[in-house]
Design a protein around this ligand. Structure first.
Ligand SMILES: [Zn+2]
Length: 401
């Protein structure tokens, strides 16, 4: 088995929307430091991959020329601009304009492509790009902090470098629907997208409903599990275990690409889900095992959302440890906690104390309102039923040739 590829470059720091934006480069920095403190980055089974930026040709497989031209123009600015270009999704708010933004987005796409390239080298190759997973960007516009869609660009790279029959499964566990990737491959049976996310009636981007199921030749290959706000570890994991192995067994992908957003955490400032870091680790462990059983160990792992930097660092460190086949344990390294305290700039979120935490708020809420859990569970049961009755048999009967 090849060593685990870990894609890393200092260029990540250039992806910076400016002061106060939730997608701060600090997320990556504190994660890298925690991985270092747990001695994961000098593990004997790791290979550090230094990526080069994506080429314009690779980006144009997904994005439009008009959008790239605008990005190239803004790239040259001497200072941040407060102008707005709604037709390109750029401007004050989610996707502010900053000098070098095109270069920064190319660096992220290049990193995901480097991970994809590594998968092509050997039968058993896993790679992790913690800055990837920018799943909201559309062909002609930025969306939800995502300038370019590195996920779609990397998936397209795999398709372009493989025989026609190749099947790629994309699994997205970010709290927000993986809309960009879904719509880009909506009519393509060679890319199956499966997204677990907070119900679009209650959160950005508003899509990802159960009836979004692909179109034309891609009919049946877009799948969504929209859960209700407050959904916590036990309920999530029960649905996940009933759906994901069955979908993989039906589709039998050649490659598995996973977006590991961690904004499903109960302390995330932008969402309303109820998972703990322990639950997030369990989700990853399930998929990591399935990658061996069903996808020949060709497994590209990408980061994603997550706006509590303590959660991002802890869960992604556990993910890297799992990829390396080791288990990291309590207590959190004291030198990392000291470092984190100096960097912590948000007094509304407490500093982490445990690597694997527990959602006490949910336990309290359950005691106060026992019927609340039932309603969350009934909603998920309805979705699982739909998968078992319709969606999974349809994939089995209609497998992409
Ligand atoms: Zn998200």
């Amino acid at each position: 088995m090849n060593p685990v590829g870990f894609v890393y470059t200092e260029d990540y720091n250039r992806y910076n929307f400016g002061e106060g934006h939730p997608l701060t480069p600090l997320r990556i920095e504190v994660t890298y430091e925690l991985m270092k403190s747990y001695h994961l980055l000098d593990h004997s089974n790791i290979k550090i991959i230094n990526p080069s930026p994506a080429t314009e040709k690779q980006i144009l497989r997904i994005h439009t020329q008009a959008y790239l031209d605008k990005l190239k123009e803004l790239n040259q600015l001497a200072r941040p601009s407060y102008k707005s270009y709604p037709e390109f999704g750029l401007g004050p708010g989610d996707n502010p304009i900053f000098p070098g933004m095109y270069d920064a987005a190319l660096a992220v796409c290049g990193a995901s492509i480097s991970g994809a390239k590594y998968l092509l080298e050997d039968e058993h190759s896993r790679a992790f790009n913690i800055t990837g997973g920018l799943h909201h960007a559309m062909p002609g516009m930025a969306s939800g902090f995502c300038i370019l869609n590195d996920v779609a660009v990397a998936i397209q790279y795999l398709l372009d470098n493989n025989p026609l029959g190749t099947k790629i499964m994309y699994l997205d566990v970010d709290c927000h629907h993986g809309d960009g990737v879904q719509w880009i491959f909506y009519e393509n049976p060679h890319v199956l997208t499966l997204s677990f996310h907070q119900d679009g009636h209650t959160i950005f981007p508003g899509s990802g409903h159960i009836n979004e199921n692909g179109k034309g030749k891609g009919k049946g290959y877009a799948l969504n599990v929209p859960f209700l706000p407050g959904t916590f570890d036990r309920l999530y994991l029960e649905a996940f275990e009933r759906i994901v192995p069955a979908v993989m067994d039906a589709y039998r992908p050649d490659f598995l690409v996973m977006q590991c957003g961690v904004d499903t955490h109960f302390m995330d400032p932008l969402t309303n889900a109820g998972l703990s870091t322990e639950g997030q680790e369990k989700i990853f462990k399930i998929v990591n095992n399935l990658a061996s059983d069903y996808a020949g160990d060709k497994f590209l792992v990408l980061g994603g959302g997550g706006y509590n930097i303590g959660v991002v660092a802890r869960t992604w460190s556990m993910i890297l440890a799992n990829l390396l086949g080791v288990q990291i344990e309590e207590p959190l390294p004291s030198e990392w906690l000291d470092y984190l305290e100096k960097k912590w700039d948000d007094s509304s979120i407490p500093l982490p104390t445990y690597l694997r935490d527990r959602n006490f708020y949910i336990e309290e809420k359950q005691l106060k309102d026992p019927f609340w859990t039932d309603s969350l569970e009934a909603h998920l049961d309805m979705i699982v039923q739909k998968f078992e009755d319709d969606y999974i048999p349809a994939i089995k009967n209609n497998i992409a040739k």
